[in-house]
Design a protein around this ligand. Structure first.
Ligand code: GLN
Length: 476
């Protein structure tokens, strides 16, 4: 059973001296030891986490602690932390130690969070089930024969199984929202450009965003407040001021909500997810919001456009792993070309290789117009359509996933089935809008169900306040 659901709960116990931060950290270390079979962590940072907990506890006692004092958080293993390993769950980066910290890591530490370890994920964040990890799949704590989701599967399971309070993930096409949905958590992907990606291992740079996996919306709001905002090291980050997202909770007002009709009518949608979303719509109406069904006729183009563009960007981003600069190196090669080939052939797994090949193909001279350029045009159409819709509505509802968590191994042989499972999450990624996955209870088999809310660019507080009201969380 989950013990702590929010930082507010922990801070209140620490404030009453019923709990200390080192005790809390010990609790999580024990939870991790008792749940090793879930394979959520690639590494636990025993020493640095214990040292940070001790320092923050001293600050708490002196009254000088930051906003996140008491937050024990895990990092997806594609986010750098100075002097700690970071591998993107790839053999390519096995043993690589990061010489600097990501901006998000620095911001967490500056507000006194404790970073407990690095979490398993799909290799280079390419996947939707955490089965492409060099370190093996993460298991869903609701049913260990099923996937955690991906690519931030370790992040989702760590929060689900109470191995830490919250986790950072990255979301390129759903990698925060989808595993959160499979594990019953709150998975938040902010607007593209809201959070710095400096020090985050790149997959597809016009899509990648850092996101949060938490048990409560209030923790998502607090983390976003700490993480968001301009960064001299990442020129893609917006300079828009960062609102106090926590203060927005409880003050959302009545919203105009659109439901994407075709998503609920989709034959691929699991009937339990559909029923749960219909109930959620009733609840939104009962809470005084208006809900209308709106047609979105570009659904069939989302997955193809997403996979053409992301594989193209990935093929370029991953060219840096050449066995020379850093990463895995083949030691028997006798020429430079052979060194490149053998290092990359050995360092990358099957899925990553497949995507590099596909991306190189769609960018190649003879096919650029037919695939890459066409996909860019489709992306623009999708953006325009969504912008129009968001002129009339505050929030858009869709499912997160077509089905609850599937069995480990079930979809691995069929990339099309696997890629089509991203159909509802890639919309917010192609358009760059913020989106959140919220839990809707479990099906009869105990598997979590979920709903997705999306909003206009930089309207994170609209999503957070609506989600907070919907989940009936206390106003702090
Ligand atoms: N499942 C999607 C993919 O494999 C999303 C991955 C992600 O968001 N990192 O591309």
């Amino acid at each position: 059973m989950k013990k702590y659901n929010s930082l507010a709960e922990i801070q209140s116990l620490i404030g009453q001296k019923k709990l200390s931060l080192p005790e809390l950290l010990d609790y999580y270390f024990k939870q991790i030891a008792g749940n090793e079979h879930l394979n959520a962590f690639n590494e636990v940072f025993f020493y640095s986490a214990a040292e940070q907990a001790r320092l923050v506890q001293e600050k708490i006692e002196k009254g000088t602690a930051g906003k996140l004092a008491g937050m024990v958080i895990g990092l997806k293993d594609n986010i750098s932390y100075k002097d700690h390993k970071v591998s993107a769950s790839s053999r390519m980066l096995e043993g690589f130690v990061s010489p600097y910290s990501a901006t998000v890591t620095e911001r967490l530490l500056a507000e006194d969070a404790v970073i407990i370890g690095r979490l398993n994920c799909d290799e280079f964040a390419m996947g939707g089930s955490n089965e492409t990890s060099y370190y093996g799949p993460v298991k869903n704590a609701a049913d260990t024969e099923r996937v955690a989701g991906g690519s931030s599967g370790g992040s989702a399971v760590a929060v689900q199984a109470d191995l830490c309070l919250s986790a950072l993930g990255t979301d390129t096409g759903g990698s925060v929202r989808q595993p959160a949905a499979f594990c019953g958590n709150v998975g938040f992907k902010p607007t593209y450009g809201r959070i710095s990606r400096y020090g985050v291992i790149a997959y597809a740079s016009s899509f990648d965003q850092v996101g949060t996996i938490t048990s409560s919306v209030s923790d998502a709001a607090l983390l976003l407040e700490v993480l968001a905002g301009a960064d001299d090291y990442d020129s893609t980050v917006s300079k828009l001021p960062v609102p106090s997202y926590s203060d927005a909770l409880g003050h959302g007002g009545k919203k105009k909500i659109a439901v994407l009709k075709e998503t609920l009518e989709s034959e691929a949608l699991d009937p339990d997810i559909k029923t749960a979303i219909l109930k959620a719509i009733d609840l939104f109406r009962a809470q005084g919001h208006t809900v209308e069904y709106v047609s979105f006729d570009l659904l069939d183009y989302l997955v193809p456009a997403y996979y053409v563009l992301t594989t193209a960007e990935a093929s370029s981003n991953l060219s840096r792993y050449d066995g020379v600069h850093y990463g895995h190196r083949n030691l028997e090669a006798t020429s430079l070309n052979e060194l490149y080939k053998r290092s990359r052939a050995e360092g990358f797994g099957e899925e990553v290789k497949k995507r590099i090949l596909l991306g190189t193909f769609v960018l190649s001279a003879g096919y650029y117009d037919a695939y890459y350029q066409k996909a860019q045009q489709v992306r623009q159409l999708i953006r325009e359509k969504m912008e129009q819709m968001l002129d009339s509505f505050d929030v858009i509802i869709a499912p997160v996933t077509p089905t609850p968590a599937f069995k480990i191994g079930e979809n691995m042989h069929d990339p099309l089935v696997m890629y089509m499972a991203d159909i509802f999450t890639v919309l917010a990624s192609l358009t760059g809008i913020p989106a959140v996955a919220l839990p809707l209870g479990n099906n009869a088999g105990g598997l979590p169900l979920s709903i997705q809310l999306m909003a206009r660019h930089f309207h994170e507080e609209v999503l957070l306040s609506l989600a907070h009201e919907f989940l009936n969380e206390p106003v702090i």
